[in-house]
Design a binder for this molecule. Structure first.
Ligand code: 5RP
Length: 295
């Protein structure tokens, strides 16, 4: 039997006159999720800045040892301390990433075709039980709007959303733009909105220089942008800055970080833009300063 609590009512601190506050969750469109799902989202997105720096290095799942990812242990592990989340495959997670790593994990959960075949012919590639076993903060699935197997890829996403909802695991829908598609705001609005309407907790898309704010405004859940092909570092920082200024909740960049001349300096510069509101020029100055320090 526990000891009786002999404190009198007058001495107890019930604060009967202080109403309990209810707090809105900091990410847009995310109030109606369960606690576990929002706890996971809050590991990816920093609750202080409301933004995320995700490091994407899942490219090998369809294109093999991509430039800069030949040895993930050597090229990526030194960058991990500067990333909020790592976006990767389960093979790389289990073979290379130390389990003591504090990063949130966003697990690539679709796949199938290689670059030699029709890319939209993906299937779900990770069971939700394995995702739970790996303690992931989200699963990611490619959605090919306008692609040959559009419906199959959307169905992959909706099945993952159903399974993720059972366990509180958010789904990141990655809008894959086929070579034949025009990369403009009209396409991105269509693709992002479909993903959100069908249940994605957040969406990854590409920045477009014209009207990106209409893409983020018409997507009711947070958007993160991919980096895309390698750009000169200042241009990549300008893109990150513009996307955040126009409503993105973060970046999920790969090649523009791990193919930079100094990847460690680059991810730090990206952090300055995303979390600290630095201008691209300020961040580029710190990139140059940090690059000149021999690592
Ligand atoms: C594959 C992906 C990649 O993670 C994505 O392309 C991000 O990498 P990068 O910044 O190099 O484009 O989602 O479709």
């Amino acid at each position: 039997m526990p000891e009786a609590d002999a404190t009198t009512k007058a001495e107890k601190e019930f604060h009967a006159n202080v109403p309990q506050e209810s707090h809105a969750f900091f990410l847009k469109g995310s109030n109606a999720h369960d606690w576990g799902m929002n706890n996971r989202l809050a590991r990816i997105f920093n609750p202080r800045s409301g933004k995320a720096v995700m490091l994407a290095f899942d490219h090998g799942y369809f294109q093999g040892p991509t430039t800069g990812l030949e040895r993930v242990d050597l090229s990526i592990l030194p960058l991990a301390p500067y990333a909020d989340a790592l976006m990767l495959t389960r093979g790389i997670l289990r073979s290379v990433i130390p389990p003591a790593s504090p990063n949130a994990i966003v697990m690539r959960a679709s796949g199938g075709p290689s670059i030699l075949k029709e890319l939209s012919n993906e299937q779900i590639a990770v069971s939700i039980e394995d995702a739970v076993r790996m303690n992931v903060s989200a699963v990611a699935v490619q959605v090919f709007i306008g692609g040959e197997l559009e419906t199959q890829s959307v169905h992959n996403m909706t099945r993952l959303v159903d399974e993720g909802n059972r366990y509180g695991i958010p789904v990141l829908a990655v809008t894959a733009v086929g070579k034949e598609m025009v990369r403009d705001a009209k396409y991105m609005r269509l693709a992002c909105r479909i993903c959100a309407e069908l249940g994605a907790a957040f969406v990854k898309t590409y920045y477009v220089p014209e009207d990106f704010e209409t893409v983020s405004a018409s997507c009711p859940v947070p958007l993160v942008i991919a980096g895309g092909k390698k750009l000169p570092e200042l241009e990549a920082l300008r893109m990150a800055h513009a996307s955040i200024a126009q409503g993105a909740a973060g970046v999920d960049m790969g090649r523009n970080i791990f193919q930079a001349e100094s990847p460690v300096a680059m991810i730090q510069a990206v952090r300055k833009v995303v979390h600290e509101g630095a201008s691209p020029e300020q961040a580029f100055d710190s990139y140059k300063a940090s690059k000149s320090v021999k690592r």
